[in-house]
Design a protein around this ligand. Sequence first.
Ligand SMILES: *Cc1c(COP(=O)(O)O)cnc(C)c1O
Length: 427
Amino acid sequence: MNIQKSINLFQQAQLVFPGGVNSPVRAFRAVGGQPLFIERGQGPYLYDVDGNRFIDYVLSWGPLISGHAHPRVVEAVQQAALKGTSYGAPSPLEIELARRVMNFMPNIEMIRFVNSGTEATMSALRLARAYTRRDKIIKFEGCYHGHADMLLVQAGSGVATLGLPDSPGVPAATAADTLIAIYNDLASVETLFKQYPNQIAAIIVEPVAGNMGVVPPAGGFLQGLRDITLREETVLIFDEVMTGFRVHLNGAQALYNIVPDLSTLGKVIGGGLPVGAYGGKKEIMELVAPLGPMYQAGTLSGNPLAMAAGMVALDLLKEPGVWDQLEHASAKLTSGIGAAAKTAGIPIQQTRVGTMFTTFFSEVVPENWSTVKMADKARYGQFFQKMLENGVYLAPSAFEAGFMSMVHTDEDIEATIAAAAQAFKSL
Ligand SMILES: *Cc1c(COP(=O)(O)O)cnc(C)c1O
């Protein structure tokens, strides 16, 4: 595969960006080789600057559930841009997107748009602390909730694959208020509540973990968190930045039938433009400024281009048959990969919930960060490189989710399974 232009660009990029990238995982450090520079995306395909084409299962790390450059998304953004790119004042588009989101997720009684998932979780935690007047929060080992200081503790793939368990620059005092529990382990949560009675403002959780690779919640885990948080008067935050509109049309909260107090969203709701949101119980959301005292603001929040793209992305999801097709395509891909691995005698654990999936090179069922970590990262790196050579773009790290779009065809999926069969044989 000729990647000469990417090689040249990466050299230039390293002169201006730390590590040559604007987000660490893009640098391919976890899989070896070097990043490809992308010329364009179209439907399920990425095209690099050297003209190579790849079937894309990263999809900008989840947002592009309608594929790259969907004509209706592009049209909506073009039309919005003609009317100006930002107002710094309310526009009707914000209500339109909010209504759509709340239609999908009726537990969200009030919402605030921000510009990224990081902002959403950061703000939701500030709100939970304001509401409970407590300082401590619980997060789970291996879950990632963006890069705010108090959340960069045991934070899953991006941090873990770089070998930085805690990032320098995070004040010890900030990290001290972040308590760490074990995913799928309610006893570890109970222990923390015993240790810090009446001090825990919130539990934040990925209802399906996606940032240590896809790890589904064990039966009773989410309900257990709901029971404990009700008992302790602690705010339960479902971080659905990744899972929202990916594990189920109505989010993990519908799939597992749990009502969180607050939800955080991002990725899909922006249709590929920068959007995040947090929302939930009215009684809590009423504390947000200017209605209440909890301050949170944003120059570009509710951006009209992003609102317009998000509206179309959500409308496309609602069209008849679309979600069934997404499920069908995701199931076909993961069962095909599972069968190919079996034929080649390669032990893997294939996980999937809705349109999110991971192939772990492991003999151990992934249930939490300790069991996830046992997967063979070097072997994933080899698999990744083979797939890339065969025209399939997977996440450049062993502990990430793969994503399906509504525009991947049966032929794309069959080609991917054939590539995987070849790659497994070469390992
Ligand atoms: C991606 C992600 C975030 C952070 O979102 P950004 O838009 O990258 O800031 C937060 N939480 C979860 C669960 C995510 O997957």
